[in-house]
Structure formats: C-alpha cells, structure tokens
Design a protein around this ligand. Sequence first.
Ligand code: ADQ
Length: 469
Amino acid sequence: MSRLIVISNRVSSPKPRSVEGTQGGLAVALAAALRELRGLWFGWSGEKTEAFTGQINLHREDGVTTATIDLEEQDVDEYYNGYANRTLWPLFHYRIDLAEYDRSFGAGYERVNERFAETVAPLIEPDDLIWVHDYHLIPLGQQLRQHGIRNRIGFFLHIPWPPHRLMVSMPYHQRLVRSMLAYDLIGFQTAEWLESFHHYIERELGGIVHPDGTIELGDRRVRTAAFPIGIDTGGFDAPLAATDARNAFETLRRSAEGKKVIIGVDRLDYSKGLAERFLGYRRFLEEHEDWRGRVSLLQIAPPSRGEVHTYEHIREQLDELSGRINGEFAHVDWVPIRYVNQGYPRQALSGFYRAADIGLITPLRDGMNLVAKEFVAAQDPADPGILILSRFAGAAHQLKEALLVNPYSKDEISDAIAKALDMPREERIRRWQALIDNVRREDVRAWRKAFVAALEHSTEPALPEAASA
Ligand code: ADQ
C-alpha cells in the first residue's frame, strides 16, 4: 500500500483520540488518514530560527510521523503574514480592497515554498502519494517536480477560489495558476469554486475543461473536482457524554436563566461577517421589543493572525460595536451580547452548541465552514436548535435545510432570528434530520477517502478523445 505524505503550512501533533483536546477537525482527520496509510506529515513547526538550516525535526506518535522545519523571521513575515494572509486570503475572500501587493511578499512566498520542496524531497519514496494543502503552498507541486519528484501529487484548497475577474487583479496571477498544472489532482470545497477555477483556465489561459472536470492545457492534463470537507462527527454527536461538554452545557444553560441563546463561534476574521452579524442582531432587537431581555447572543471569537494589522482593526471594530449595542439595550439584569475572545477545547464547544437554541453562522465568504456542521452534530434530536447560515459559506451547498441568509442584510438576519425563535418543534426536527443526515454522510472520513481515491487514480486521466480513440 502507498504511503501518504501530507504537506501543510502548519503541522499539529497527532495526539491519541482521548487527548485530542483543542485540535481542529481537520488535524484530527488528517492524522486518521496518516495512521491508516502509514503516513508522514510535513510542515512548519510554528517556530522561528535565526538562519534557515533545513533541519527536520522528526517525531513519531500514535502511528504518525511528523516532520517539521523552523522558518526565519523574514520568511514568516513575507510568506505567512505577507503573501498568504495579506495578499491571497483577502483576494480569495473577495476583499480586493484589503489585498496588499508587495514584491517582497511574492519573493518570500516562493522562497518558502522552495524551502519546503528541497527539505521534503529527500523524504519521498517512489510509491508515496503526496497531498498538499491550502493557499500557503500553491506552487509547491511545481517546485517538487523541479526536484525530480514524479509521484502523484494532489492539492486541496480549503478556501474559496475567486471569480476570474477578481483573480486577474493580482499581479503575476498567471504565474501562480500555471504552477498548479504540476499537480495531478486539484480539489476545491464546492462546485462554485471549481467553476470559478475552470473559468480562469478557459478564459485566461485558453485551456480546455472536459465534462469530467479534467483540464487540458498544452501537454498537461489535470483532474479537478469538488470534495466538500466534513467534520469528525464522533466528537460532537454525543456531546453530553463527556464531562467537559456537560460542564460547558450546564454553565451556559444556567447563566442563560431560561432565556433563549444564540451562539456564534468563529476565528476573529473579517471574512466571518461578525460586524454584520452584530448589526443584524441589533436590528432584531430594535424590531422585536418583546424579545428584549428574553434572548442573548454568545459570540466566541478567539483572535487570530495578530501580526496582520487588518486583524487589529476588526478587533477594535467589534469591541466598539458590541459595547455600543450592549450600552443601547442592556438592563441591570440582561446583556444582549456576550462577546468572548477565547478559544475552547472541542468538547466544551460541543456543550455550548448543544445548549444554544440558534447557531448564527454568517460568514461573508467561507470555503466551507465547519462550525455550522459541528453545531448541527451537537443538537438534541428530540429538541434541536436551528442553524441560520450564510448563503455564501461553502456549507450552504450541502446544508440546504438551514435558514439561509444574505449575511450583508441586517433585515434578513433579523427576520431569520425571529423565524427561528418562533419555529414549532416539528419543523425544527424535520429540518435538523435533513441536516444531520448530510453531516454524517459527508463527514471528514468520506472527504479524505474520496480525495485519496481520486489521487490514486489520477495518473494519465482518460480524456474523452483518448477514450474514443
Ligand atoms: P476556518 O476559517 O478556520 O477554516 P472553520 O471551517 O469554521 O473556519 O473551522 C474552524 C475550526 O476551528 C472549527 O473546527 C471550530 O470548532 C474551531 N474553532 C473556531 N472557533 C473556535 C473557538 N473559539 N475555540 C475553539 N475552536 C474554535 C478554513 C476555511 C474554512 C474551511 C476549513 C476546513 O476558512 O472555510 O471549512 O478551513 O477546510
């Protein structure tokens, strides 16, 4: 059986399931895939070093080998804080107003990708399958090829792919996209991002997109497809079985004192639509006086990417906005918004989800959004809460029985909250049943199995012409 080599920007230690604690669903899923396929997980340790040495720190735990490297401060500034998070992240989330173009970012990005390639190449054996993850490492496949790697290499993009007309606003966009032709398989979260990628290939590069998703450009043929990522439902669908989850559930229910609870859980990021969400909730309080004092919003949002200044700005904006809304509506015995800048272990989150009546997940743009699926998985089947979900999250393509809203519209958010609060139990159960069926069926295991199987079969894709010849 082939070995699987997973390469991502950061590597987290694959702890045994019992102590998975704060690990995200993705880390858990990748660790499981690596365990099954005797794998290796390569990436940045998160540590900085004075001068890059390419020294690999190997660590073996629970059947998975992790191999990490340290990066120089300049690498982190230009590659991670720069090109990845100040150029690609905003552009790919349709925020060209926030995208920064700086020659040094592009150079740092290519340098670090090259450092990844030269360091990991000697670890690769001829039969290995290689799976590269996300926007930090788009050109890595090409650089691995330059190091003589002939293995099957797949790439999965966790975030949206922008529409063609936005993509071309980035300097050197062709150079970046052409580098992707070195992969054998390119995966996206949804058919929508896949379609945007196809448009770019056809309109910008003059390539051909075949009905089976194979793209053809010059002598390159690359398979492309949508592989919607799911969650590991195991940790979420019996939330009250674990002590931490039960404590979290009871703490939230007790502090709610019989009031309805709306919950939002997001990394503090402008793509998550937090300001718009607060304003939508404010509109609800304005229009529904009878609900004042009977409902509260718990927003959990741990800060991320603190070294990028737009993230300081969004933080200030949300502090100000939550304070203003609370000042406007609060009574001595009621605060409308509880805004918490802290991360919680997965089990505690599952208890919070279970204790909530509404999950309010309204990103302005999101590759998938795992929180929406975690919220669904954690509900009580006999008395489930309602998911209000942005139509611009990748998850909206699957979770159609949620109340889908335009996250830019205060009125739609307000109306959806009112509808969810008044929804009869039978309708909540009917909607939840459809949602949980999808969350269980298209879970993280199904995602990685589908991707790895497609990668295994990706050599010499059968083109329609070839098939009929
Ligand atoms: P993110 O933008 O980070 O992921 P999301 O999909 O919601 O967004 O995943 C976040 C993960 O972090 C979830 O598992 C969640 O439980 C956890 N998390 C969030 N807030 C937390 C908190 N306060 N405490 C603890 N944990 C918290 C990117 C893309 C998404 C895509 C994923 C996976 O932006 O669109 O769904 O990758 O592909």
